[in-house]
Design a protein around this ligand. Sequence first.
Ligand SMILES: *[C@@H]1O[C@H](CO)[C@@H](O)[C@H](O)[C@H]1NC(C)=O
Length: 211
Amino acid sequence: MATPISIVLILTISCLLVSTLDVYARKQASSDVAEEATSFLHDICGGREKVMKLQLYVQDLRIGHPNATVVEVAKAAGVTDNSPYQFGSVHVLDDLVTEGPSINSRKLGRIQGLTTNADLSTFGIAMNLNFFFTEGWYAGSTLSILGRNQVMDSQRELPVVGGTGVFRYARGYAIQTSYSFDPATNYAVLEYNIYTTYNARFNEDVEIARM
Ligand SMILES: *[C@@H]1O[C@H](CO)[C@@H](O)[C@H](O)[C@H]1NC(C)=O
């Protein structure tokens, strides 16, 4: 005869197993945008969507670094060069993302996208960036960051607005801080502490759009 405590234990272990398998299934399915499967245990466990914290480091080899991963692609003639905040300057970056602050630490992926100097009166950057995980548990998934970065602040809060794979429907925020900067080579390391939902599943009740 199963005691109540052993039933709770069995359910807890089953739910943990299901959510682990969820992440694994997302990882496998991320390239073919698979439909979600449902199961009895999924429904029992309920609330599959969870929040995770990720700590990541971005190796920002800026313009002037011999191996720069940031380029300037546009600026406003007669404005950007006369602006103390380089208003109108647009950069594209493809920075290495690592698990630890060292550039030799484990590689997790890249952060890719656009940054625009979009503030006339301070360094205020409009960011449009995607974390692209290529290694580890989230390989194949992406996480999208979109927002305003006032880079002279010691901590910058940026919105997490979506993602793919494990991070489908993601929402949350990222705290960006400057971990180190070497002015001799223009090499910056940025720390990101990201709090985001993950593992959200399609509602069963998906409507097909009428056109
Ligand atoms: C640039 O890349 C080369 C080749 O990987 C490497 O040997 C060199 O140390 C790098 N330069 C800097 C300043 O990191």
